[in-house]
Design a protein around this ligand. Structure first.
Ligand SMILES: O=P(O)(O)OC[C@H]1O[C@H](OP(=O)(O)OP(=O)(O)O)[C@H](O)[C@@H]1O
Ligand SMILES: Nc1ncnc2[nH]cnc12
Length: 185
């Protein structure tokens, strides 16, 4: 389900600040680089404002950001929305008691972790990331959110790489929660 109502002008602005880098980090991968967008205060503000609005609209009580690029978006969104931020980190980076989940992505395999104590049964979590590619990272994060005892309010990403079918892969994990993608490529 998508219920995004970003304006065409904002979408064009965001799209114009995403740089294509061919063959990075491996041959055959077209890397979508968001650093030009982050360097443009108008684009970065428009993006974080819109994501914060989505979090409120979907009744989120916590924001989960996915390391590393997801942190850059999710932290200002959490502040803007007045909600707590919970990091999902690559394995071995969190000092407390963690839950872990292994997953595959477009160019390798990885494992992510969360501090279980940061979420509770009453929480509704919006997961935020920059890119939905194969959906492996987001799928693993939904597992972690549920294993930590919280509900999923949705997944919001700046861009979805439609040809990698992450949306289909996430369907089961989302159940009826929304997947919001501001840009679909
Ligand atoms: O849908 P998927 O196939 O799982 O891919 C999407 C994920 O891949 C990228 O992260 P990456 O693991 O490259 O880490 P980074 O943010 O630290 O660069 C991106 O930021 C997403 O988190
Ligand atoms: N093609 C891509 N560009 C940027 N980030 C990604 N994460 C997974 N695939 C990606």
């Amino acid at each position: 389900m998508t219920s995004t109502s970003i304006t065409d002008a904002t979408r064009e602005l965001l799209l114009s600040r995403i740089r294509d880098v061919p063959d990075y980090p491996k041959p055959g991968v077209l890397f979508k680089d968001i650093t030009p967008l982050l360097a443009d205060p108008a684009a970065f503000t428009a993006l974080t404002d819109f994501l914060a609005e989505l979090c409120v609209r979907h009744g989120a009580t916590k924001i989960v950001g996915l390391e590393a690029r997801g942190f850059i978006l999710a932290a200002p969104v959490a502040v803007r929305a007045g909600l707590g931020f919970v990091p999902v980190r690559k394995a071995g980076k969190l000092p407390g008691a963690t839950l872990g989940q292994a997953y595959e992505l477009e160019y390798g395999t990885a494992e992510i972790e969360i501090h279980a104590e940061d979420l509770s049964a009453g929480d509704r979590v919006m997961v935020i990331d920059d890119v939905l590619a194969t959906g492996g990272t987001a799928e693993a994060s939904l597992e972690l959110v549920r294993r930590a005892g919280a509900q999923v309010a949705g997944v919001s990403v700046l861009m979805e790489l439609g040809f990698l079918s992450g949306r289909a892969r996430l369907e089961a994990g989302l159940r009826d929660a929304p997947l919001e993608a501001l840009i679909t490529l």
